[in-house]
Design a protein around this ligand. Structure first.
Ligand SMILES: [Zn+2]
Length: 396
């Protein structure tokens, strides 16, 4: 009965009808459309629909504009993806492929670049935080630190500037700015991290990695490959960059990378660079062989010139309070006339560790540091190891 009735309706009123197992669509003679879908019935009249659309013409326009915008975004994203894909292909690296590898090994050399490059954006907030740090404002509750760490992760790399002051070492500056020595050295084009000049301008990235200046004839792909830079991270820190438009002198940030030409030399044990008495025969205070260098050091911190083990720490005749450190490769260094000793025999020390304070103990006429070097028991002129020292006046 029901079936017959329905069939009759269809015959009389429907112009055409679509039936699938999912929906049921029919058009009736008076241009009424019916859609039955998931137990619901939608009915609309084509004339009234067009009329409404006309009334709301501006809405239609807006929707079209939004659609166009979305299309443009999609095209841009696709273009960027293509740039990344091209670079990945050129390098032969899967995206994220270097994420879990060990830090890059030191291989090639890098020429000095002199071009000053403007700072990246997004620095000011970090700058402020840094100032607080330098001024001793403490923000070290665990949760805040975690938040900071997260922020750093997400922020693109920025750059800070620092002018070297007397007594600064790169490791201390790096610690203060919470980045690696290599990151600062690389960004500042320093090859010997210990060789800082007072007044020298340092460029400090806000996260590990370094700012690299492109050289003539160099392709970004080879730079990224050489420094094992993760491409995803690279584009995060260099948003909008187009490798094909890079020119010599342009700067890019290489996240997580280390410069490959760093030379970790011997540290000058005190902040001054002045020799008050040289190595060798001398007449004053009496005619004798001077087996070390005397450095200007008026009660200042004395640092281990390299890593090693304290061989001796205590009184030692004319040397007064004295520290001797045994270093790798047969080197030993001696620090004499100290007013204070901060290490004990047998202790391991890192390069740059403060081991005491200079003074005037033992056979000494005024505070200074007496510094000696031997290698496999043979005396060496310390100037062989320490670079950047100068004589106070003519050698006596
Ligand atoms: Zn001396």
């Amino acid at each position: 009965m029901y079936r017959n009735k329905k069939m009759a309706e269809e015959k009389n009123e429907s112009k055409w009808i679509i039936k699938t197992q999912y929906f049921h669509f029919e058009k009736k003679q008076d241009n009424t459309y019916t859609l039955k879908f998931q137990n619901r019935v939608y009915e609309f009249h084509i004339k009234s629909f067009l009329h409404k659309a006309k009334q709301k013409k501006w809405i239609v326009l807006q929707i079209s504009a939004i659609a166009c915008g979305l299309l443009m975004v999609a095209i841009t994203v696709q273009k960027r993806t293509k740039i990344e894909e091209k670079l990945v292909k050129e390098i032969g690296q899967g995206v994220g492929g270097f994420e879990n590898t060990n830090p890059p090994k030191i291989q090639a050399t890098q020429k000095k670049q002199e071009k000053a490059v403007p700072s990246h954006e997004g620095v000011s907030e970090k700058d402020e935080a840094l100032k607080d740090k330098l001024m001793g404002v403490k923000q070290d509750t665990a949760s805040e630190e975690n938040q900071d760490a997260e922020k750093e992760e997400n922020q693109i790399a920025g750059k800070l500037f620092y002018t070297v002051k007397p007594g600064d070492t790169l490791s201390e500056i790096a610690q203060r700015y919470n980045v690696s020595v290599a990151s600062i050295a690389g960004s500042s084009q320093i090859r010997i991290p210990d060789d800082l000049r007072v007044g020298q301008k340092l460029q400090i990235p806000t996260k590990d990695g370094f700012f690299y200046t492109m050289k003539k004839g160099e392709r970004l792909a080879s730079v990224l490959k050489k420094h094992k830079v993760d491409i995803k991270k690279f584009f995060q820190d260099n948003p909008g960059i187009n490798p094909d438009l890079l020119e010599p002198g342009d700067e890019v940030f290489l996240p997580g990378a280390k410069p490959q030409n760093l030379i970790y030399g011997w540290l000058i044990p005190v902040s001054s660079r002045i020799i008050t008495s040289g190595y060798g025969w001398r007449r004053y205070p009496k005619h004798q062989f001077h087996p070390g260098l005397d450095l200007k050091a008026p009660y200042v911190p004395v640092r281990a010139t390299n890593r090693g083990v304290v061989k001796y720490a205590g009184r030692l005749g004319g040397y007064g309070n004295c520290v001797i450190i045994s270093h790798p490769n047969g080197y030993r260094t001696l620090y004499g006339h100290l007013s204070r000793i901060y290490v004990r025999t047998g202790q391991r020390v890192n390069r740059g560790r403060v081991i005491g304070r200079s003074g005037n103990t033992g056979y000494s006429f005024g505070p200074h540091l007496h510094f000696e070097v031997t290698r496999y028991g043979k005396r060496l002129n310390p100037l062989v190891l320490l670079k950047g020292l100068r004589y106070k006046k003519r050698r006596r």
